[in-house]
Design a protein around this ligand. Structure first.
Ligand code: NAP
Length: 490
């Protein structure tokens, strides 16, 4: 029911607290999450937004939700049962800090503040440490699935203390997406662990999208198939091992026809990809941790290249091959499918390496199999093969690289001849496939018995006396390059 004049919000002060959970921030994400919470048995939801109009509109449009609205943080706090639990869904950055400060003033020790926005995990660690001083719990919670997920069931990645999860867990389980009967939420680890894992999720999402885009481009340019025809290929792939939300929506996007021009929509969309920064955060963090996430990095850089429109226009006349026509279209499509599958395995393997490194660096006890399990529904990278990741980590929790697990090793083995053909064909045809080719190089780097890094060590020792280790004895060595070139222990 919608009323023309939104009612003003009555103050809760003086009345007994009636809500078991509150949401601050009534823009699209917060209002959808509040509606999701209100629709679950046993929840009464307090709502607050800086500008009261948003709250009034939500309350008048959704009387069925039984929201408990407030126009001040003090009233909002008073409307919550203790220990108070409030989820913040406001603009990341300064907006989040402002709301945290207000809640800290209004809340008491033992209460729980949850930040469900897209915060950088280092900000979450800083905020958690500061809020902890007051005796209030602070939980950074990664939320994936966009507006639709917030409303119908997201994948949830909460950090914070185990104690806060005792109160928060049942509430989050009640609103999370469900995969094979299990809610897609787990206590990821302390302080910023939840936002860290959400960041890696987004990084994998970047890689997956770039790989799919490369597959589409190669098929289109190699076979001359139309977007509508390629949509059918993706729809078919979605019935097999590549089954995933991103493959599913790719078919939808490719099928779409522009109403104005009657051209495929994909042909009238400007080919300059935007980014909100979480992919870049993943790569920056991985560089700091020393973890190669080359597939994710290539995906971030590919978006950068695409958006350099002036540079691309000036470079259009650079010499090089321009496209190709394959003889066996069906065979090529199958090769591309296998290359996509193998490269996707690498993207996940690298993403989980980053999770392992982050857990080591920050002292988080992250259960890798549980993370794969909570990504099975509600989130953008939901995919059939996440079950295989959970199984791989269940079999060997100390797996050194996901790609070495028997299931994935066999899958890549099956795919690798096709993968190599596709990378060669792309290079020969002058078609950029940075994520396909960097994933293959990474794979070959992992499996190499010897890497040319030995030569790099020699160069470093030559110009900077950086020393090197030897394969045949312990110690650190330096060669006197500018003198008689004898070696000594360093
Ligand atoms: P948004 O556009 O990011 O932010 C608008 C909301 O923030 C409004 O409620 C606004 O209040 C409030 N706000 C901004 N500055 C404030 C301040 N200084 N003090 C108090 N409130 C302030 O909203 P959104 O798109 O719904 O996103 C909310 C959060 O979810 C963000 O962190 C965003 O990054 C994240 N998000 C996640 C996903 C996902 O898939 N997980 C998708 C989208 C967004 P007023 O109405 O008073 O201006």
């Amino acid at each position: 029911m919608t009323t023309d004049a939104a009612p003003s919000i009555s103050s809760e002060t003086g009345s007994s607290p009636s809500a078991n959970i509150g949401v601050v921030g009534m823009a699209v994400m917060g209002s959808n999450l509040a509606r999701n919470l209100a629709s679950r048995e046993g929840n009464t939801v307090a709502v607050y937004n800086r500008s009261p109009e948003r709250t009034r509109t939500l309350v008048s449009e959704h009387p069925e939700a039984g929201f408990v609205p407030s126009e001040s943080i003090a009233d909002f706090a008073a409307s919550l049962q203790k220990p108070r639990t409030a989820i913040i869904m406001v603009q990341a950055g300064a907006g989040t800090d402002a709301v945290i400060n207000q809640l800290v003033d209004a809340f008491e020790p033992g209460d729980i503040i949850v930040d469900g926005g897209n915060a950088l995990f280092t900000d979450t660690r800083r905020r958690e440490a500061a809020v902890r001083e007051t005796g209030i719990h602070f939980v950074g919670c990664g939320i994936s699935g966009g507006e639709e997920g917030a409303l119908n069931g997201p994948s949830l990645m909460p950090g914070g203390t185990a104690e806060s999860y005792e109160t928060l867990g049942p509430i989050l389980r009640s609103i999370a997406a469900v995969a094979e009967g299990e809610p897609c939420v787990t206590h990821v680890g302390t302080d910023g662990a939840g936002h860290f894992v959400k960041m890696i999720h987004n990084g994998i999402e970047y890689a997956d999208m770039q790989l799919i885009a490369e597959a589409y481009d190669l098929i289109r340019r190699g076979t001359g198939k139309s977007p509508a025809e390629i949509a059918e290929i993706f729809a078919e792939w979605n019935k097999g091992e590549l089954e995933s939300y991103l493959i599913e929506i790719t078919a939808e996007v490719l099928r779409q026809v522009d109403a104005d021009t009657q051209l495929p929509l994909v042909d009238v969309i400007l080919d300059a990809a935007g980014a909100k920064g979480t992919g870049a955060w993943t790569v920056q963090t991985a560089l700091d941790l020393g973890v190669p996430v080359s597939g994710i990095a290539e995906a971030v850089f590919a978006r950068s290249v695409s958006s350099k429109l002036e540079q691309r226009a000036a470079s259009r006349t650079l010499p090089g091959p321009d496209g190709f026509q394959v003889e066996d279209a069906d065979g090529f499509v199958e090769d591309v499918r296998l290359a996509l599958y193998a490269s996707k395995i690498i993207a996940y393997s690298q993403g989980f390496d980053a999770i392992i490194a982050g857990a080591e660096q920050y002292g988080w006890d992250i259960k890798k199999g549980d993370i794969a399990a909570i990504w099975r529904a509600g989130c953008i990278i939901r995919a059939r093969f996440l079950n295989r990741i959970t199984e791989a980590y269940a079999e060997d929790p100390n797996l050194v690289a996901l790609v070495t697990a028997p299931f994935f090793r066999d899958a890549v083995d099956t795919a690798q001849a096709a993968w190599r053909r596709v990378v060669v064909q792309a290079a020969q045809a002058g078609i950029p496939a940075p994520a396909f080719s960097s994933s293959l190089s990474y794979y070959d780097g992992l499996r190499a018995e010897r890497l040319p890094a030995a030569l790099i060590q020699g160069q470093r020792d030559f110009f900077g006396a950086h020393t090197y280790k030897r394969v045949d004895r312990d110690g650190v060595f330096h060669t006197d390059w500018s003198g008689d070139r004898t070696e000594r222990s360093a």
